[in-house]
Write a protein that binds this ligand. Sequence first.
Ligand SMILES: O=C(O)C(=O)C[C@]1(C(=O)O)C=C[C@@H](O)C=C1
Length: 319
Amino acid sequence: MTTEAQSSQSVKIAYLGPQGTFTELALRDLAKKFELDAEGLPCLDVPTALKKVASGEADRAVIPIENSVEGGVNASLDALARTGNLRIIAETVIPIDFCLVVRKGVKAEQVKRVGTHPHAWAQCRNWVAENFPGASHVPATSTAAAAELLTGDRYPGFEAALCNRVAAASEGLETLASGIADNSQAVTRFVMVAKPGVLPAVTGADKTTLQVRLPDNEAGALLSMLEQFSARGVNLSRIESRPAGGPLGAYEFSLDIEGHILEQRVQAALVGLHRTCPQVKFLGSYESASGHEVKVLPGTSDQAFEAANDWIASLTEVQ
Ligand SMILES: O=C(O)C(=O)C[C@]1(C(=O)O)C=C[C@@H](O)C=C1
Protein backbone atom coordinates (compact mmCIF):
# COMPACT_ATOMS: atom_id res chain seq x y z
CA MET A 1 0.00 0.00 0.00
CA THR A 2 1.29 3.49 -0.82
CA THR A 3 0.49 6.27 1.63
CA GLU A 4 0.11 9.87 0.50
CA ALA A 5 3.42 10.70 2.15
CA GLN A 6 5.25 8.04 0.13
CA SER A 7 3.50 8.78 -3.16
CA SER A 8 5.30 11.23 -5.44
CA GLN A 9 2.01 12.98 -6.33
CA SER A 10 1.37 16.16 -4.40
CA VAL A 11 -1.90 16.72 -2.56
CA LYS A 12 -3.84 19.77 -3.79
CA ILE A 13 -5.14 21.73 -0.82
CA ALA A 14 -7.55 24.65 -1.31
CA TYR A 15 -7.45 27.39 1.33
CA LEU A 16 -8.49 30.95 2.10
CA GLY A 17 -5.83 32.95 0.28
CA PRO A 18 -3.85 34.69 -0.95
CA GLN A 19 -0.51 33.34 0.26
CA GLY A 20 0.35 34.53 3.75
CA THR A 21 -3.01 34.05 5.50
CA PHE A 22 -3.28 32.39 8.89
CA THR A 23 -5.13 29.63 7.04
CA GLU A 24 -2.02 29.00 4.96
CA LEU A 25 0.01 28.71 8.18
CA ALA A 26 -2.52 26.12 9.39
CA LEU A 27 -2.28 24.28 6.05
CA ARG A 28 1.53 24.09 6.34
CA ASP A 29 1.20 22.86 9.93
CA LEU A 30 -1.22 20.08 8.95
CA ALA A 31 0.82 19.13 5.89
CA LYS A 32 3.89 18.75 8.10
CA LYS A 33 2.01 16.68 10.68
CA PHE A 34 0.65 14.30 8.03
CA GLU A 35 3.82 14.41 5.90
CA LEU A 36 1.91 15.62 2.86
CA ASP A 37 3.60 17.03 -0.20
CA ALA A 38 1.06 19.88 -0.28
CA GLU A 39 0.30 22.10 -3.24
CA GLY A 40 -1.70 25.07 -1.90
CA LEU A 41 -4.57 26.43 -4.02
CA PRO A 42 -5.38 29.93 -2.69
CA CYS A 43 -9.11 30.79 -2.90
CA LEU A 44 -11.05 34.03 -2.46
CA ASP A 45 -13.27 32.63 0.28
CA VAL A 46 -14.11 29.51 2.28
CA PRO A 47 -17.13 28.38 0.19
CA THR A 48 -14.93 28.43 -2.94
CA ALA A 49 -12.27 26.34 -1.20
CA LEU A 50 -14.89 23.77 -0.16
CA LYS A 51 -16.46 23.70 -3.64
CA LYS A 52 -13.05 22.87 -5.11
CA VAL A 53 -12.95 19.72 -2.96
CA ALA A 54 -16.55 18.79 -3.77
CA SER A 55 -15.84 19.14 -7.52
CA GLY A 56 -12.58 17.18 -7.30
CA GLU A 57 -10.44 20.17 -8.33
CA ALA A 58 -8.70 19.92 -4.95
CA ASP A 59 -8.06 16.89 -2.74
CA ARG A 60 -8.50 18.78 0.51
CA ALA A 61 -9.38 22.18 1.93
CA VAL A 62 -8.18 23.90 5.08
CA ILE A 63 -10.61 26.39 6.62
CA PRO A 64 -10.86 28.38 9.88
CA ILE A 65 -13.73 27.13 12.01
CA GLU A 66 -13.54 28.60 15.50
CA ASN A 67 -11.78 31.46 17.22
CA SER A 68 -11.25 31.69 20.95
CA VAL A 69 -12.26 35.39 20.94
CA GLU A 70 -14.96 35.61 18.25
CA GLY A 71 -16.40 32.10 18.52
CA GLY A 72 -17.45 30.03 15.51
CA VAL A 73 -16.48 31.20 12.03
CA ASN A 74 -20.04 31.30 10.72
CA ALA A 75 -19.11 31.45 7.03
CA SER A 76 -17.12 28.23 7.45
CA LEU A 77 -19.70 26.40 9.58
CA ASP A 78 -22.50 27.22 7.14
CA ALA A 79 -20.48 26.45 4.02
CA LEU A 80 -19.34 23.13 5.47
CA ALA A 81 -22.88 22.09 6.38
CA ARG A 82 -24.30 23.18 3.01
CA THR A 83 -21.64 22.11 0.53
CA GLY A 84 -22.67 18.50 1.22
CA ASN A 85 -20.74 15.29 1.39
CA LEU A 86 -17.55 16.68 2.89
CA ARG A 87 -15.84 15.43 6.03
CA ILE A 88 -13.40 16.94 8.50
CA ILE A 89 -10.40 14.64 8.76
CA ALA A 90 -8.01 16.67 10.95
CA GLU A 91 -7.71 19.87 12.96
CA THR A 92 -5.01 22.20 14.21
CA VAL A 93 -5.01 25.19 16.55
CA ILE A 94 -2.80 28.20 15.76
CA PRO A 95 -1.92 31.06 18.16
CA ILE A 96 -2.99 34.37 16.63
CA ASP A 97 -1.38 37.77 16.87
CA PHE A 98 -1.14 40.57 14.34
CA CYS A 99 1.13 43.19 12.81
CA LEU A 100 -0.03 46.62 11.70
CA VAL A 101 1.55 47.33 8.31
CA VAL A 102 1.61 50.36 6.02
CA ARG A 103 3.10 51.23 2.65
CA LYS A 104 6.77 52.21 3.04
CA GLY A 105 6.98 55.85 4.09
CA VAL A 106 3.42 56.15 5.48
CA LYS A 107 3.45 57.64 9.00
CA ALA A 108 1.35 56.47 11.96
CA GLU A 109 -0.54 59.78 12.07
CA GLN A 110 -1.76 59.17 8.47
CA VAL A 111 -3.58 55.95 9.47
CA LYS A 112 -7.34 56.61 9.47
CA ARG A 113 -8.65 53.30 8.07
CA VAL A 114 -7.45 49.75 8.71
CA GLY A 115 -8.10 46.94 6.25
CA THR A 116 -8.37 43.35 7.46
CA HIS A 117 -10.57 40.27 7.78
CA PRO A 118 -13.58 40.87 10.09
CA HIS A 119 -12.36 38.18 12.50
CA ALA A 120 -8.97 39.83 12.72
CA TRP A 121 -10.59 43.20 13.40
CA ALA A 122 -12.68 41.63 16.18
CA GLN A 123 -9.45 40.48 17.81
CA CYS A 124 -7.67 43.87 17.61
CA ARG A 125 -10.39 46.52 17.83
CA ASN A 126 -9.51 47.59 21.40
CA TRP A 127 -5.84 47.93 20.50
CA VAL A 128 -6.72 50.04 17.45
CA ALA A 129 -9.11 52.21 19.51
CA GLU A 130 -6.36 52.87 22.03
CA ASN A 131 -3.50 53.44 19.60
CA PHE A 132 -5.31 54.92 16.59
CA PRO A 133 -8.40 56.57 18.11
CA GLY A 134 -11.12 57.07 15.52
CA ALA A 135 -9.59 54.71 12.95
CA SER A 136 -12.26 52.64 11.23
CA HIS A 137 -12.32 49.13 9.79
CA VAL A 138 -12.43 48.34 6.08
CA PRO A 139 -13.33 44.65 5.62
CA ALA A 140 -11.07 42.51 3.42
CA THR A 141 -11.47 38.89 2.30
CA SER A 142 -8.48 37.90 4.46
CA THR A 143 -5.64 39.45 6.43
CA ALA A 144 -3.14 38.70 3.66
CA ALA A 145 -5.52 40.10 1.03
CA ALA A 146 -5.54 43.42 2.92
CA ALA A 147 -1.72 43.45 3.10
CA GLU A 148 -1.50 42.58 -0.60
CA LEU A 149 -3.82 45.46 -1.55
CA LEU A 150 -1.38 47.84 0.17
CA THR A 151 1.44 46.66 -2.09
CA GLY A 152 -0.53 47.57 -5.26
CA ASP A 153 -0.37 50.83 -7.19
CA ARG A 154 -3.91 51.97 -6.36
CA TYR A 155 -5.16 53.35 -3.04
CA PRO A 156 -7.11 50.39 -1.56
CA GLY A 157 -9.35 52.51 0.70
CA PHE A 158 -7.21 52.08 3.81
CA GLU A 159 -3.76 53.21 4.93
CA ALA A 160 -2.86 50.24 7.15
CA ALA A 161 -3.57 46.50 7.32
CA LEU A 162 -3.66 43.99 10.16
CA CYS A 163 -2.03 40.73 9.08
CA ASN A 164 0.37 38.06 10.32
CA ARG A 165 4.19 38.24 10.30
CA VAL A 166 4.51 36.33 7.02
CA ALA A 167 2.32 38.77 5.07
CA ALA A 168 3.91 41.71 6.93
CA ALA A 169 7.29 40.72 5.48
CA SER A 170 6.02 41.33 1.91
CA GLU A 171 8.07 43.70 -0.17
CA GLY A 172 6.97 47.33 -0.01
CA LEU A 173 5.43 47.09 3.48
CA GLU A 174 6.61 48.52 6.76
CA THR A 175 5.53 47.19 10.18
CA LEU A 176 4.35 49.92 12.57
CA ALA A 177 3.53 47.48 15.41
CA SER A 178 3.67 43.74 15.99
CA GLY A 179 2.43 41.26 18.60
CA ILE A 180 -1.00 42.96 18.51
CA ALA A 181 -3.83 41.05 20.23
CA ASP A 182 -6.60 42.26 22.54
CA ASN A 183 -6.38 38.82 24.11
CA SER A 184 -2.87 37.38 24.28
CA GLN A 185 -4.30 33.83 24.56
CA ALA A 186 -6.15 34.09 21.24
CA VAL A 187 -6.07 30.98 19.07
CA THR A 188 -7.94 29.91 15.94
CA ARG A 189 -8.95 26.36 15.17
CA PHE A 190 -8.63 25.19 11.56
CA VAL A 191 -9.88 21.96 10.03
CA MET A 192 -8.81 19.91 7.02
CA VAL A 193 -11.72 18.72 4.91
CA ALA A 194 -11.93 15.96 2.29
CA LYS A 195 -14.55 13.94 0.42
CA PRO A 196 -15.76 10.92 2.39
CA GLY A 197 -13.20 8.13 2.34
CA VAL A 198 -11.52 6.00 4.95
CA LEU A 199 -12.36 7.36 8.42
CA PRO A 200 -9.41 8.60 10.46
CA ALA A 201 -8.46 5.91 13.02
CA VAL A 202 -9.82 5.98 16.56
CA THR A 203 -7.12 7.47 18.82
CA GLY A 204 -9.02 7.85 22.11
CA ALA A 205 -8.61 11.64 21.79
CA ASP A 206 -11.17 12.23 19.05
CA LYS A 207 -13.88 14.71 18.18
CA THR A 208 -16.95 14.36 15.99
CA THR A 209 -18.59 17.34 14.28
CA LEU A 210 -22.33 17.34 13.58
CA GLN A 211 -25.00 19.70 12.27
CA VAL A 212 -28.43 18.90 13.69
CA ARG A 213 -31.82 20.30 12.72
CA LEU A 214 -34.39 20.23 15.51
CA PRO A 215 -38.08 19.54 14.98
CA ASP A 216 -39.84 22.91 14.44
CA ASN A 217 -41.93 24.41 17.26
CA GLU A 218 -41.53 21.50 19.65
CA ALA A 219 -41.19 22.32 23.34
CA GLY A 220 -38.10 20.68 24.82
CA ALA A 221 -36.59 19.73 21.42
CA LEU A 222 -33.18 21.13 22.37
CA LEU A 223 -33.25 19.40 25.72
CA SER A 224 -34.14 16.06 24.15
CA MET A 225 -31.28 16.46 21.64
CA LEU A 226 -28.85 17.10 24.49
CA GLU A 227 -30.23 14.10 26.39
CA GLN A 228 -29.14 11.84 23.52
CA PHE A 229 -25.58 12.75 24.42
CA SER A 230 -25.84 12.88 28.20
CA ALA A 231 -27.54 9.46 28.37
CA ARG A 232 -24.46 7.94 26.66
CA GLY A 233 -21.85 9.97 28.58
CA VAL A 234 -20.87 11.97 25.47
CA ASN A 235 -19.44 15.40 26.27
CA LEU A 236 -19.98 18.42 24.00
CA SER A 237 -16.99 20.70 23.37
CA ARG A 238 -18.84 23.25 21.19
CA ILE A 239 -22.47 24.04 20.42
CA GLU A 240 -23.71 26.92 18.29
CA SER A 241 -27.06 27.73 16.78
CA ARG A 242 -27.13 28.69 13.12
CA PRO A 243 -30.15 29.87 11.12
CA ALA A 244 -31.42 26.95 9.01
CA GLY A 245 -31.67 29.21 5.95
CA GLY A 246 -35.47 29.18 5.78
CA PRO A 247 -38.03 31.25 7.71
CA LEU A 248 -37.14 33.23 10.82
CA GLY A 249 -37.02 30.99 13.91
CA ALA A 250 -35.78 27.80 12.21
CA TYR A 251 -32.39 26.85 13.60
CA GLU A 252 -29.78 24.15 13.23
CA PHE A 253 -27.16 23.34 15.82
CA SER A 254 -23.52 22.98 14.93
CA LEU A 255 -21.72 20.86 17.50
CA ASP A 256 -18.53 19.08 18.36
CA ILE A 257 -18.74 16.09 20.63
CA GLU A 258 -15.95 14.14 22.28
CA GLY A 259 -15.51 10.70 20.76
CA HIS A 260 -15.34 8.92 17.39
CA ILE A 261 -18.17 7.56 15.26
CA LEU A 262 -16.55 4.13 15.47
CA GLU A 263 -17.17 4.15 19.24
CA GLN A 264 -20.42 2.61 20.43
CA ARG A 265 -21.56 5.40 22.75
CA VAL A 266 -21.20 7.92 19.89
CA GLN A 267 -23.11 5.62 17.52
CA ALA A 268 -25.87 5.17 20.11
CA ALA A 269 -26.18 8.96 20.46
CA LEU A 270 -26.31 9.37 16.66
CA VAL A 271 -28.97 6.66 16.39
CA GLY A 272 -31.00 8.59 18.99
CA LEU A 273 -30.58 11.83 17.03
CA HIS A 274 -31.55 10.17 13.78
CA ARG A 275 -34.74 8.82 15.36
CA THR A 276 -35.79 12.15 16.83
CA CYS A 277 -34.40 14.98 14.64
CA PRO A 278 -35.47 15.78 11.05
CA GLN A 279 -31.87 16.14 9.85
CA VAL A 280 -28.49 15.06 11.19
CA LYS A 281 -25.35 15.78 9.19
CA PHE A 282 -22.20 13.86 10.10
CA LEU A 283 -19.25 16.15 9.32
CA GLY A 284 -16.41 13.89 10.44
CA SER A 285 -14.55 12.18 13.28
CA TYR A 286 -10.89 13.10 13.74
CA GLU A 287 -8.15 13.38 16.36
CA SER A 288 -8.41 16.54 18.47
CA ALA A 289 -5.49 18.96 18.24
CA SER A 290 -5.09 18.90 22.03
CA GLY A 291 -4.51 15.13 21.99
CA HIS A 292 -6.28 14.99 25.38
CA GLU A 293 -7.72 11.56 26.03
CA VAL A 294 -11.54 11.55 26.10
CA LYS A 295 -12.92 10.59 29.50
CA VAL A 296 -15.14 7.53 29.05
CA LEU A 297 -17.68 7.36 31.88
CA PRO A 298 -18.41 4.03 33.59
CA GLY A 299 -20.96 2.02 31.62
CA THR A 300 -20.31 3.83 28.30
CA SER A 301 -17.22 2.02 26.98
CA ASP A 302 -17.42 -0.20 23.86
CA GLN A 303 -17.02 -3.23 26.15
CA ALA A 304 -20.00 -2.11 28.26
CA PHE A 305 -22.15 -1.71 25.11
CA GLU A 306 -21.03 -5.12 23.78
CA ALA A 307 -21.80 -6.82 27.10
CA ALA A 308 -25.25 -5.21 27.12
CA ASN A 309 -25.92 -6.31 23.52
CA ASP A 310 -24.79 -9.87 24.36
CA TRP A 311 -27.15 -9.84 27.34
CA ILE A 312 -30.12 -8.82 25.15
CA ALA A 313 -29.16 -11.50 22.61
CA SER A 314 -29.11 -14.09 25.38
CA LEU A 315 -32.59 -13.02 26.52
CA THR A 316 -34.07 -13.28 23.06
CA GLU A 317 -32.29 -16.49 21.95
CA VAL A 318 -34.62 -19.31 21.01
CA GLN A 319 -33.89 -22.14 23.49
O1 LIG B 1 -7.51 36.21 7.14
C1 LIG B 1 -6.79 35.25 7.45
O2 LIG B 1 -5.55 35.31 7.46
C2 LIG B 1 -7.42 33.99 7.80
O3 LIG B 1 -6.80 32.94 7.68
C3 LIG B 1 -8.83 34.01 8.33
C4 LIG B 1 -8.92 34.18 9.85
C5 LIG B 1 -10.39 33.82 10.35
O4 LIG B 1 -11.28 33.56 9.58
O5 LIG B 1 -10.56 33.85 11.60
C6 LIG B 1 -8.02 33.23 10.50
C7 LIG B 1 -7.40 33.50 11.66
C8 LIG B 1 -7.55 34.80 12.35
O6 LIG B 1 -8.47 34.55 13.41
C9 LIG B 1 -8.10 35.84 11.47
C10 LIG B 1 -8.66 35.56 10.26
